[in-house]
Design a protein around this ligand. Sequence first.
Ligand code: OGA
Ligand code: FE2
Length: 343
Amino acid sequence: MNVTSSEISLLNIVIGFVYFIGISSSGNVRNQSVRQRSNIRQLISLHQPLCPVEVNNHTDDVECTKCNLLQLSKPRPKYPLTFIKPNKIGHVEEIQLVEGKTHRRKTLALDPPVYEIPNFLTSEETDIIKGIAENKQLSQSTLFGDGQGTRKSESAWISIRKLNKSITRLSERYEKLTEQSSWYINHAEKMQIVKYETGGYYYTHHDSGPYHLPVHNLPCCNQVKYCTTNLEQCCQLCRLMTVMVYLNDVEEGGETAFPIADTNTETLHEYLSDVNNRNLTTNCYKSSLLVSPKTGTAVMWYNHEVDEMTGLMGNLILRSYHGGCNVLKGVKWIINLWIWFHA
Ligand code: OGA
Ligand code: FE2
C-alpha cells in the first residue's frame, strides 16, 4: 500500500475543511451547476499555491495539471475488478466460503448493491478479533472527511496477514465472498476494528469519495506512486467496496443505516447537500435500509461502479451514503475491510 492511514487522515481533514468552506459559501443557491462552479473556484484558490488545477469549462471537471513527479501505475489493471450484480431484493445466493459449510448471500438493496451474509465469522472468531483489538489498545477513531462530532467510536488497525494467523483462511473467505482476485484482498488497507460504547454513532458518509468535492478527475491515492506536494493535492481516497462484519449482537440500536438506498432521483442531490441529514441521532429510523447488528454477520456493499469493459473502478455510487445509528444499549463492535483499486 502506498498511502498510510495517517496520510489518509490528513487528506480527509483537509478535504473536510475544503468541503466545509464550499458548503458554507454556497448558501441557498438552487442551481446545482452554479453551486458546483463556486465550489470549484474555492477549491482552486485553496489548491493554487501548491498544485495548480485547471477547470474544464464544459464539464466542470477539475484536473490537477502539475503534480510534479506524480507517477501513475499502468492504466490497465492486471486483475480486473469484479462487480457482483444484484438482481432482486431478497434474493439469496448459496455460496461456499469455508470447506464443508454453505453460506447465504442475501441482496438487501440494488442501489447501492448491499448484501448480507450471516455467520461469515463464528462467535469464537469474533471473540478472538475483539481480544486482539483490546490488546492493541483502541484509540479514538479518526474522523473521515469532516469536522468534529460526526463520529463517536474507538478503533484499532490490523493487517489481514496478521489476522490470518489467528483465524483460519480468513483472506480466502473474503476473496470468495467478494469474488475479487486475492491480490486485492492481500493489498487492501489494514483492517479497521471499531468499538462503539453506548451513545456511540457514525454520521452518514461515503466510505470513498468525497461526493461534495468536484475532484473526480484526481487519481486514486493508492495509484499515486510519488507526489512532491501534499497528497491531497494529487489524489482522492477510492475504496471500491466495504465488507463490514458485526462482532457482537447489540442490545438496542446501532443499526447500519443506508438512508437513501434505492430511493428516487429527484431529491438525491438536495439530500446529499444538506448536512443536517447526516445526523443519524435524529434520522436513523427514516432510512430506506437499516441493517441490525448480529454476531458474525457480514454486510458488503459497493461504493463505486466497475466498468465492465475495462475492469476499472467507475463513478462513486451516491446512494452508498451510510452510517451507524446510535448505540442505545450495550456496545457495538465491527471490523471493516476496504478494497482499494490498484492498476
Ligand atoms: C464505517 C461505517 C457503520 C456502522 O465504519 O465506515 O460506516 O454500522 N460503519 O458502524
Ligand atoms: Fe462507512
